[in-house]
Design a protein around this ligand. Structure first.
Ligand code: SF4
Length: 395
């Protein structure tokens, strides 16, 4: 069973209609890597209209103006180490009362000195990508040899410098079989959180093969199992929350049989059992996933100041060069629509779990062109019951 004695899904304290829980700022699109799944279609040079240092500081002031509890801020890219003012911006955000984190690329710019400067300026956490358990698949994904070998010492530096390490993994049809080995790596690296991202076919990721819905279901159920040993979160897979609630309601059952799961789940589960037989991994109370979604507790600012509900939903609600972030977040029709589950289409619109899931709005847009359409990579067939809340009770 999942989540003994603890809410299966964590509601954020703030009113998500008024303020986000998490703000991701794509501070630049410049990056020396050419990752196959890159949402940003990153470039070697920064865009001439990229937000300046002063505009970046105004953005951080805007974020702080949402009030307490302040949103968490992740400075991402491209590669944020491409910005010479990165340390100054982290320090400014910290001074404004914000919790600052970083999502850099592993390039020669990711030196221990620069991480130390980020930590000294106030960065609390760093996320690093690991998409293959060995060098060939990881480097193949990133388009450059040697990145895998450079990634492991970078991870150790981050922990050594007192910051929390999050490992990000993009799951595609090409690397799903490597998930158990990746899990071993994440455990060995002592990461505080494994963030598993289900590919959205947008940017350069359009060329990659996403998992079919039935296999997505297998992976999500496996992640429920894994969360008994390691803190796990999903990105662009809000149906993980539906799976957690289903498992919680089902109690101690054989998931493969009870939920009609496929070979991918059985293989992943067998590999997890091997790992458990080999190592004495302590069980933990699973970390409940946060109930946030694109534009509902979550907002993304692109490199030129456009405000999006998600980094994978390339439709802006407005520009920081014309309106403030709180104004756009609270009032833009796009954001208001995304917070209204009654507008969801297809299966999501009649799903009992729409209140705590709602599907990936980015994937709906990428596949259908409609951000309110049903999540195309969810295998669940709604039963027509009442809408459920985060505790699995009828609303
Ligand atoms: S049908 Fe939509 S709302 Fe329901 S679980 Fe699937 S993605 Fe979530």
């Amino acid at each position: 069973m999942n989540g003994h004695g603890r809410t299966a899904i964590r509601k954020v304290h703030q009113d998500v209609h008024q303020r986000p829980f998490l703000v991701i700022w794509e501070s630049t699109r410049a990056c020396q890597l050419v990752c196959q799944h890159c949402r940003a279609d990153s470039q070697n040079e920064p865009h001439p209209l990229q937000l300046s240092t002063e505009e970046g500081k105004r953005l951080l002031d805007d974020i702080a103006s949402f009030g307490v509890p302040s949103p968490m801020v992740v400075i991402s890219g491209g590669d944020p180490f491409e910005r010479e003012d990165l340390t100054e911006l982290i320090a400014y955000g910290k001074q404004a009362g914000l919790s600052m984190a970083l999502a850099p690329s592993v390039t020669p710019k990711a030196t221990r000195e620069r991480f130390a400067a980020a930590a000294a300026a106030g960065a609390k956490a760093v996320s690093i990508s690991l998409d293959g358990a060995t060098a060939p698949p990881h480097d193949g994904f990133r388009g450059i040899e040697g990145v895998y070998d450079a990634t492991l010492p970078v991870c150790r530096d981050i922990i050594d410098l007192g910051m929390r390490l999050q490992i990000n993994t993009t799951v595609t049809a090409g690397n799903v079989g490597e998930l158990p080995e990746l899990l071993r790596q994440v455990i060995d690296l002592d990461a505080f959180l494994w963030s598993v991202f289900l590919l959205v076919p947008t940017g350069r990721g359009e060329a990659l093969q996403a998992l079919p819905p039935e296999e997505v279901e297998d992976v999500l159920h496996w992640l429920v199992d894994v969360s008994n040993y390691l803190a796990v979160k999903t990105t662009e897979a809000p149906h993980f929350r539906r799976v957690i609630l289903q498992r919680r309601r089902a109690g101690e059952v054989d998931a493969a049989t009870s939920f009609g799961l496929g070979d991918t789940y059985r293989r992943l589960r067998a590999a997890l059992d091997d790992l458990l037989a080999e190592r004495d991994l302590p069980t933990r109370v699973p970390r409940p996933p946060l109930d946030i979604n694109a534009g509902r507790g979550f907002v993304f600012i692109d490199h030129i100041g456009n405000v999006h509900p998600s980094g994978f939903l390339p439709v802006p609600g407005g520009s920081l060069r014309e309106r403030s972030l709180p104004e756009i977040y609270r009032e833009a029709p796009l954001f208001r629509e995304l917070r209204d589950v009654s507008l969801l289409g297809g299966r999501c619109g009649r799903c009992e779990y729409r209140n705590v899931c709602g599907g990936s709005r980015s994937r709906a847009y990428a596949v259908t062109g409609d951000h309110l359409a049903e999540e195309p990579y969810c295998a669940y067939e709604p039963r027509g019951g009442p809408m459920l809340d985060a505790a699995g009770a009828p609303v």
